[in-house]
Each structure stands twice: as C-alpha cells, then as structure tokens.
Design a protein around this ligand. Sequence first.
Ligand code: HPA
Length: 268
Amino acid sequence: MPDQTATLVGQIQARAGSGPVKLGLILGSGLGHLAQAVQGVAIPYGELPGFPHIGVSGHNPHLVIGDLEGCRVAVFGAREHYYENGNSAAMRLPLTVLKALGAEALIATNAAGSLRPDMRPGDLMLLNDHINFSGLNPLIGEKTDARFVPMTTAHDAKLRAGLIASAQAVNVALPEGVYAWYSGPSFETPAEIRAIKILGGDAVGMSTVPEVILARFLGLRVAAISAITNMAAGMSDEQISHAHTKAMAPLGAAKLEQVLRHFLRTQA
Ligand code: HPA
C-alpha cells in the first residue's frame, strides 16, 4: 500500500475502528445530509491529508464511517468535480483509501438533468451504463497496464439487481438509464442535450463517470444512482441553476435513502 494511503487508513481506523468497511457511498449535490443517517465517526476532509478541498455549495465534505442498517459503510459526503480544478482524478485517493479499508463495492450518487419525459424532477434513475461525453479520463498519466480498464460491465449487474429489488420493496420507481458526463461547470446547451439524446443518453450530469472508472481500476464493484433535479436544457421552460439543483435534490434524497436502507439491510 503506498505510504499516503497507509497513513490515511491508520488515521481513519484510529478514530473509527479497524473493522473492515463493506461498502462506500458517494453523495451528490444536495444529497449530503444522508451521511447523518450513519451511526459513526465523521471526519472532515480537511483533517485527511490529500483529500479534496470542496468548493461547491450543497456538499458535506466529511468522511463518515459507521453503521447504516447493520452494514459498515464509508460515506463520502462530497466529491471534487472535474470542473473545480480541472482534475478528473481528484477522487482517486479517497477511493484508494476506501478499497484499503476493505470495501468491496461503491455506490455513487449524483444530481442530474433528465432527457426522458418519463423521468421528472424528484425521480431516481439507476445507471445501467454511461457515456463519457467529456472525453476526459482520470487514468490518463497512470503508468501501469492496469490503466486499460475494461468498461463493458462497469455498472455491476448484481448490485443493480439488488438495488432494483430494494426499490420495488419500498415502492420507489427506479428506472434504468444511461448517464452522460458533461464537464461543467456551465450547464449544457439545448443543442448539446439533443446531441446527447441522439447518442443514447437518458440523464446528464457533471460527475460520477470518473469515479466509476477509478472504482473499476481499483477492483471495486460499482453502481450509481441519479436524483433527477430538472429536465435537461431546452426540455422545459424551467430555469436551470445550481440553486434549483440544491432545492430539488432533497426530493430524490428521501427516496434514495429508503432504497439504500433496504438494500443495506437485506443485500449488502
Ligand atoms: N446538467 C448537468 N448537471 C446537472 C444537471 C443538468 O441539467 N442537473 C443537475 N446536475
């Protein structure tokens, strides 16, 4: 284990206990309060050397380690986005630490715009695949052959089946769809949204894809869920804004919490 990872793991385990973490969760814009559901220890990113400094409002930059529904989890209350500093690998160290803490899987969440009339603000979407519309890649510069990560089954079928079963059990609609990663921080133009639609995208957002790539690189199984906060640019008369994203995300967060709690209780 590289020194920086080992130091962080030692520091985290000294505060949160050394029992292996089973699953990691990354919380997206406006979804950070889910971390409060965890019975455990919250460590500010600022106390974890090398962890990102988050400059986006609506995020909760703490690593929370503890129990949620009988499962030992590590919750990242915030992520660094590519658009903050131009670093698509900003979450590499946190995810490396997650793996070193013993995790087998990651569930990433995000706020996203919908390209599908049947997915409205407040709804959830389970990613069954993604499109790297940004063309960036967090593994650029990685020197080993491990950089050639197969992405054919990146969104884990077993995790997805479990999440769908949990959603059904708690009566929350969880349609599957393709997420397109747009770099941000400006939102998309209507023409870009039409292009993403033609390419097969169902939802669009500014995150998650780098973490899915990094998680697969690290050997973590991964699934991701979008909380739809708006119809994508040009699809409705509504003004798209970050304030709107933050205001609408809690609608999806309540459903997300129900699905995740059931999933952790029964399948994780
Ligand atoms: N586009 C990109 N990112 C987003 C959106 C959107 O419409 N909504 C929430 N995050």
